[in-house]
Every structure is written in structure tokens, then in C-alpha cells.
Design a protein around this ligand. Structure first.
Ligand SMILES: *[C@@H]1O[C@H](CO)[C@@H](O)[C@H](O)[C@H]1NC(C)=O
Ligand SMILES: *[C@@H]1O[C@H](CO)[C@@H](O)[C@H](O)[C@H]1NC(C)=O
Ligand SMILES: *[C@@H]1O[C@H](CO)[C@@H](O)[C@H](O)[C@H]1NC(C)=O
Ligand SMILES: [Cu+2]
Length: 189
């Protein structure tokens, strides 16, 4: 065997050992990469919840790296929580059926199992926001977090446009959903 192939075998062995010691599931396409090319920093995208029961906003603001999120939603009863929330790949159809929003946004092809390790958010499904930043209790939900891996740039894997935000109750039923849309720019006076 040539020295070069011995060396490359050793390198593979070392890599495998490092992965086994970390033993963290990541995407088939690797860890999620931070988004640094959002077209307009400060641009606002909103999913508006306005059913009889659930009202409020899920707001996304394009940042230098990824997106800043602010959730302010009422109406999800605490007794059915805690709630997971994700970005799902498809928009909610006209009839409002949350079941038709498809799977989580999983740009790096990780899958849902094993569950996301919150301390290593780059290894989680991009759309698994509650896995990365924590579940919410219900009642008056107010939560802010920054996610480096989601994008307002359509060419990016983590693009959020025309996708749905879905809340799941403790039985994982999809109990509320709304589409993420670019907010109209306020008219300048
Ligand atoms: C890594 O984690 C998975 C699932 O959590 C487990 O099934 C597997 O045995 C672990 N592997 C090692 C080498 O620890
Ligand atoms: C996003 O949030 C960070 C703090 O986490 C802040 O420094 C930054 O200015 C925010 N960006 C925008 C565009 O709001
Ligand atoms: C809602 O609309 C979608 C898309 O048109 C359709 O596939 C689905 O069957 C509809 N669901 C109900 C409950 O009407
Ligand atoms: Cu979901």
C-alpha cells in the first residue's frame, strides 16, 4: 500500500473518531451555514395570525447574519402547551388547513430524529425554531430570538418567503399556522 493511501486512511479514521465523540446528528449536506447576503437589512417579513382564537404576529427582520424574530401571539391555551413552532416548507392554502404545509424546512436534509440539540443550532433542521430557541407556553406568547440560518434571500437554502409558521400543541397537532410574507413598506410622508 502506498504511503499516501495509508495517510488518507488514518485521516478518515481520525475524522470518524471525532464525529463519534461529538455524536451529533447534522444534515446530509452538513451543518447549516450562516446567511450573510440578505438583500435589505431591516426588511420586515410577517406571518399574521388572525383566526377567531389565535391572533398576533410572527415577525422576521432581515439582519446582517440571518434573521431576528419577534413572536407576539395570544389565544393558544396554556393547558395544551408547551407548543413547538417551525417553519414549514409550503404556504397555508386558502382553506387554512395547517396539515397542508408540508414538512419542516430542512434545507440541509437532517430529519427530525434524534431531536435537535439546542446548544448546536447549526446541526438542527433550519425550520425547527422551537428546537433551537425553546418551546413556548401559550397564553400571551412573547419571544425574541436571532437565527443565523434563515434568509430573506430567495437564493438561500433557508429562505422563509411564502412558507408557513406552524404551532403544534403538546400532542403535536398543528393548531395554528400563517404564511410569512414581506410586509408592505410604509409610505414615506
Ligand atoms: C450516537 O447517538 C445515537 C442516537 O442518539 C446512538 O444511537 C448511537 O449509539 C450513538 N453513537 C455513539 C458512537 O455514541
Ligand atoms: C438583530 O438583533 C441583534 C441583536 O441580537 C441586533 O444587534 C441587530 O441590530 C438586529 N438587527 C436588525 C436589522 O434589527
Ligand atoms: C385545502 O386546500 C388544499 C389545496 O387546495 C387541498 O389539497 C385540501 O384538500 C383542502 N382541504 C380541505 C379540508 O378542504
Ligand atoms: Cu411543525
Amino acid at each position: 500500500m502506498q504511503l499516501s493511501s495509508v495517510l488518507s486512511l488514518m485521516a478518515v479514521g481520525t475524522l470518524a473518531a471525532a464525529q463519534a465523540s461529538n455524536n451529533v446528528t447534522t444534515g446530509k449536506l452538513g451543518d447549516a451555514r450562516p446567511v450573510r447576503n440578505n438583500p435589505v437589512i431591516g426588511e420586515v417579513w410577517i406571518a399574521e395570525f388572525d383566526s377567531e382564537i389565535v391572533k398576533g404576529t410572527f415577525k422576521a427582520v432581515a439582519a446582517q447574519i440571518g434573521i431576528n424574530y419577534t413572536i407576539d401571539i395570544t389565544g393558544l391555551p396554556e393547558e395544551n402547551g408547551p407548543y413547538n413552532y417551525h417553519i414549514h416548507v409550503r404556504a397555508v392554502p386558502e382553506n387554512g388547513t395547517c396539515a397542508d404545509t408540508g414538512a419542516h424546512l430542512d434545507s440541509y436534509v437532517r430529519g427530525q430524529e434524534p431531536p435537535c440539540e439546542a446548544s448546536l443550532p447549526a446541526t438542527c433542521e433550519v425550520g425547527d425554531l422551537s428546537g433551537k430557541y425553546g418551546k413556548v407556553a401559550g397564553g400571551h406568547i412573547q419571544k425574541e430570538f436571532h437565527d443565523p440560518y434563515t434568509a430573506t434571500n430567495i437564493i438561500q437554502l433557508g429562505y422563509i418567503g411564502n412558507r408557513a409558521v406552524v404551532f403544534h400543541d403538546k400532542s403535536s397537532a398543528r393548531v395554528a399556522c400563517a404564511n410569512i410574507k414581506k410586509a408592505p413598506v410604509a409610505a414615506t410622508p
